[in-house]
Ligand binder design. Structure first.
Ligand SMILES: Nc1ncnc2c1ncn2[C@@H]1O[C@H](COP(=O)(O)OP(=O)(O)OP(=O)(O)O)[C@@H](O)[C@H]1O
Length: 646
């Protein structure tokens, strides 16, 4: 059946052209909406498979407002906009579109983007289905397994983690005074490691009595349906004294998802998840909960039935601290337990088993290559080749023959046939490091391999099928590269199917001591020295440093300190003298703008001063000393719309 597309575009001619183009390409068009309101009505009448969406429309609401509603309804959309400045791109990015096309676009670009969007959509649906089936299987296995109520509840909690992440979870009946089956709290302390906190431990940790906890529970408004509170909403709800507020203060939590369920005799049992990230929860997770709710209810009911029969022999829930023994399987060698790193592990676990392309983002030295290795080792391709190419290290011509190989005589110096990295990576994984440096002319060839999974050697005529998984990494802002025309949008979207962003070391200071000890051990062993400690003063100094070079910089500094240390403890560390300036330099560098951005900002500031007046004495064109029609065309080119001039 034809895929149905809704066009949301306020320019009549553009919208009609688009309709024609889509229909000729075999798509159906459900309608053309000129405003957000009209679009909503059309969607109510006929749900489209995709929405093509302009950003600035008739009426007050923009395409970005509509995108937020589409996300709730789970309708995929692609932006079509004349505006590609970073501000707009960033706002659009927050809505997770399936693509972004800058006008004027070529017909081919639009069709390719739609094709990619369809691919990504199909893939995300498939991945979702796979994940949910896996979760159901896990829950079944827990019911069939052995262990106490607390151990089984921990297993359920741990299974939930890769689907709905949390740093702290409270599971149990809404009444803390239940005679049996008291609620349990689980504090995440490693990838698959939790501290189990029962009511008594909670009293010790928070310094409150059971009676005070019960009173606080009374103060918490109980929710009837699954709901989430993110940053501002969470802060707001935590103003009232409640258990929620107590947990937030005690464990530094910033968002919350509550999942209440009715089980046995309509008693209310809930899973309350908390995260240290302000934006951890989304509508998608609420929907996931809806879909798995039945399996969760069944699991809890069956666990409780087992608990009743074994009641006499079980130890009181929450009286012990249980540590899950499956710690960090597959992440060996990666040091750190900060919640930001654990969040990266969650993403790796999700992405690794499928064949999805993964784009690893992060500053230089944050461990991108390590993560790529880890994804390969956790995938079914483990044991098959893992082939790496650094796109920044070679000129375009050499990258081409490195990647695709060449035939004998393909160019001067090609004395014999050479097998390229794609062929060597067959059945395995290819890791394209520094993908942001890939020359434009090669980007299109790479796109073809991603789409067709076939290559041609340089100077060759035959096409060769390759079965490779793509991992790519960059420390560049690829969206900015796209906006400035240095990176192909279609390639970006193909690679960006599953992005994983690594935090900078300065964002996870709590990992610094563990990393420092790890490198101390490694390098003292290498140097044949018996160094077993790092002074507190050195640790404090390291925690206060900005680490522009991240873990690699830390590694090199520890290596040097080990060589310079005479005794058994590292007492001194030579941090770069420019450390303070470095921080500023980074900020300044980030603030550096291109000539085009500066021109846009300047024109905007003049327009604002003139309250948007272009023509006439004292108006923007006169101040800028250019012709009003030149100014108008510049505004169009730079994506400056009236809406910006306030
Ligand atoms: N979490 C970690 N635990 C232990 N070692 C780490 C960790 N992260 C990174 N490293 C080490 O830090 C160094 C830099 O890591 P890696 O080369 O993977 O970074 P990168 O982000 O790929 O750098 P670049 O952007 O320069 O390519 C390596 O020696 C790696 O082993």
């Amino acid at each position: 059946m034809k895929e149905q597309i809704l066009i949301v575009e306020d320019q009549f001619v553009e919208a009609e052209d688009l309709r024609l183009l889509l229909e000729q390409a075999g798509y159906g068009v459900t309608g053309i909406a000129r405003s957000v309101l009209q679009a909503q009505e059309m969607i109510r009448n006929k749900r489209p498979d995709f929405v093509l969406l302009d950003i600035f429309l008739k009426g007050k609401q923009t395409g970005i407002d509509l995108a937020q509603l589409l996300a709730i309804d789970n309708i995929p959309f692609v932006y079509l906009s004349a505006n590609s400045n970073e501000e707009v791109l960033n706002a659009a990015k927050q809505t997770h579109p399936y693509g972004f096309i800058v006008k004027p676009y070529r017909e081919k670009d639009l069709l390719v983007t739609l094709e990619i969007a369809r691919y990504r959509r199909a893939h995300s649906v498939e991945a979702k289905y796979y994940k949910e089936t896996e979760l159901r299987k896990l829950l079944k296995a827990i019911i069939g397994g052995s262990g106490t109520w607390a151990q089984k509840l921990l297993a359920v909690t741990s299974a939930l983690q890769s689907y709905i992440p949390f740093d702290f979870l409270v599971a149990g009946f809404d009444n803390l005074q239940q005679p049996h089956f008291k609620g349990l709290c689980f504090l995440r302390i490693g990838f698959d490691e939790y501290q189990v906190i029962g009511a008594q431990e909670l009293c010790t940790i928070t310094g409150k009595s059971i009676a005070e906890l019960v009173a606080l529970q009374g103060g918490s408004s109980s929710v009837q349906e699954a709901v989430y509170f993110d940053d501002a909403a969470f802060q707001h709800i935590c103003r009232q004294p409640s258990l929620r507020q107590l947990f937030a203060d005690t464990f530094q939590l910033r968002s919350n998802l509550e999942m209440p369920m009715r089980i046995l005799d309509r008693k209310s049992f809930s899973f309350c998840l908390y995260s240290r990230r302000p934006d951890a929860y989304t509508v998608e997770q609420l929907e996931l909960f809806e879909r798995i709710q039945f399996s969760l209810i069944q699991t809890i009911e069956q666990l409780l039935e087992g608990e009743i029969t074994e009641q006499a022999s079980t130890q009181p829930a929450g009286a012990a601290t249980i540590e899950n023994t499956h710690t960090e399987a597959g992440f060996e060698g990666i040091v750190g337990k900060s919640h930001l790193l654990l969040h990266v592990f969650d993403h790796i676990k999700q992405a690794a088993p499928s064949d999805t392309s993964v784009l690893i983002l992060g500053e230089s030295g944050t461990g991108k290559e390590m993560i790529a290795n880890c994804i390969h080792n956790l995938s079914a391709r483990k044991g098959k080749p893992f082939v790496k190419l650094n796109c920044a290290a070679l000129p375009a011509t050499l990258i081409e023959s490195e990647l695709f190989g060449h035939e004998k005589g393909a160019f001067t110096g090609a004395h014999e046939r050479r097998i390229g990295k794609f062929e060597r990576a067959d059945k395995g994984t290819i890791f394209l490091d520094e993908i942001g440096e890939m020359p434009m002319e090669l980007q299109v060839k790479l796109l073809r391999v991603l789409q067709e999974r076939e290559i041609e050697r340089v100077g060759g005529r035959d096409t060769i099928n390759v079965d490779v998984r793509f991992l790519a990494a960059t420390n560049k802002n690829l969206e900015k590269e796209v906006a400035e025309g240095r990176f192909r949008l279609d390639l970006y979207y193909r690679l960006n199917v599953f992005p994983i962003t690594l935090p900078a070391l300065r964002e996870r200071q709590e990992d610094i001591p563990a990393l420092a000890y790890h490198f101390m051990k490694q390098y003292s062993q290498k140097a044949g020295k018996k160094i077993s400690g790092i002074s507190e003063q050195v640790l404090l100094k390291m925690m206060a440093y900005h680490w522009p070079g991240n873990i690699r910089e830390l590694e090199h500094l520890i290596e040097r300190s080990v060589l310079l240390t005479k005794g058994g403890t590292i007492e001194e560390i030579l941090l770069p003298a420019v450390e303070k300036k470095e921080g500023r330099a980074i900020v300044e560098e980030a603030a550096l703008k291109t000539i085009v951005e500066n021109e846009r900002d300047y024109i905007l500031s003049v327009l604002r001063k003139c309250h948007g007046r272009i023509w006439g004495p004292g108006a923007a064109a006169e101040i800028l000393n250019i012709n009003p029609s030149t100014l108008k065309s510049k505004m169009k080119k730079l994506g400056i719309k009236k809406e910006y001039i306030k």
